[in-house]
Ligand binder design. Structure first.
Ligand SMILES: [Zn+2]
Length: 362
């Protein structure tokens, strides 16, 4: 697991100008490469890969000599960002990649660092082609463990994010046998290895019918025979949906308990206290509680371990670098400004839940 250190840097006026110029060149390259991909697909029916585009870089630099002012690795990272945007799109974690304006391109990344060069001068960080920039390192770190340097401009200030290797990785075998499960509004459950359990369509359909019947009931006269009949119908449908739901939750919980040895979920009692109670959530809430119950008793029955973790920050924390990335419920994608990881919101939460569970039993 890597962690990211977040420091303020103080470029000189001249360096600042160069950094902004670099952002602008990188942004233009990003947009150019995106255009290339769109065009290639339109004209040949085939998309371009990261490799294809990387191979075009030398010719691009030849035609646009101003790009000699930017380190090659920084340009390669721009193409990699675009590639990630496409991967996220194809894997349905994000929308189609968009062209970026100046406000949306405010960082550069230097993928590999040459320790002696980057941190050879005390109190400074060396950024190729820009020079030594004053670094306000309020926290000690081992320069030899720095893997990625990211420079960004945010709220009128300059920062560097250093991705530092930390060697607290749990053994691989444990990861495969352990799972974190996020229970959400859009999907009943998302696992830390990316499996999604959706609300089945037949349930949504039945629920629509339920609403219709409820409306019909409210229109009938009190005490009338028709009302009695409608009430009976409603109750029947209600039971039917409830059974469908239980059946589905049994299937999910059975599968999960068969597949894993350690199952980590959020402690819903703690979560419940933090959530405000809106009517729309009540159905989801009931399902979560039921799924949690099923997982609990099935785990016990099959000799598996169920861990309930504190739900605090499971959706806000970046599962890659552990920084807090605030987002409201409508934001479905976790896009980390610190380490640039882009993940489905629920998947990010599920990984955090797994990590919290592994920490608890460690
Ligand atoms: Zn991150």
């Amino acid at each position: 697991m890597d962690s990211v250190l977040h420091f303020e840097i103080r470029p000189t006026a001249e360096q600042e100008k160069q950094l902004f110029h670099t952002f602008d060149l990188c942004r233009k390259l990003y947009n150019y490469a995106l255009d290339q991909r769109i065009r290639s697909y339109k004209e040949t029916g085939k998309g371009l890969t990261y490799r294809d585009q990387q191979n075009m870089l030398p010719a691009f630099k030849e035609a646009n000599p101003e790009y000699k002012a930017v380190q090659s690795q920084v340009l390669q990272d721009v193409l990699r960002r675009l590639d990630r945007a496409f991967v996220n799109f194809f894997e349905k974690r994000a929308g189609y990649p968009r062209f970026k304006d100046k406000l949306r391109f405010r960082s550069i990344t230097i993928p590999q660092s040459d320790v002696r060069r980057n941190f050879g001068k005390e109190g400074y960080i060396y950024i190729p082609k820009i020079g030594h920039i004053k670094l306000n390192a309020h926290q000690a770190f081992d320069p030899s463990k720095v893997k990625i340097i990211n420079v960004k401009f945010q709220n009128g200030k300059w920062y560097t994010n250093l991705t530092v290797e930390t060697d607290s990785k749990p053994p691989v075998s444990d990861i495969q046998l352990a799972v974190g499960i996020d229970m959400g509004l859009f999907q009943i459950a998302v696992t830390s290895d990316g499996e999604q359990y959706e609300n089945p369509r037949w349930i949504t359909k039945s629920e629509k019918r339920l609403k219709k019947l409820q409306r019909r009931l409210s229109q009938k006269h009190k005490g009338s025979q028709n009302r009695q009949k409608a009430k009976h119908q409603l109750q029947k449908l209600h039971d039917h949906i409830s059974n469908q739901r239980k059946d589905y939750l049994h299937k999910i919980s059975h599968r999960l308990v068969q597949k894993y040895v350690l199952i980590c979920i959020e402690d819903l009692q703690v979560k419940g206290m933090m959530k405000n109670h809106r009517l729309a959530k009540s159905i989801a809430n009931a399902s979560w509680n039921r799924l949690a119950n099923y997982l609990e008793y099935k785990s016990r029955r099959f000799g598996k371990t169920l861990v309930k973790v504190n739900p605090k920050n499971t959706s806000q924390k970046c599962s890659n670098c552990r920084q807090i990335v605030k987002k409201n419920l409508s934001e479905r994608i976790h896009q980390c400004p610190y380490c640039h990881v882009v993940l489905d919101r629920d998947l990010n939460a599920a990984i955090n839940i797994l990590q919290a569970g592994l920490n608890m039993i460690a």
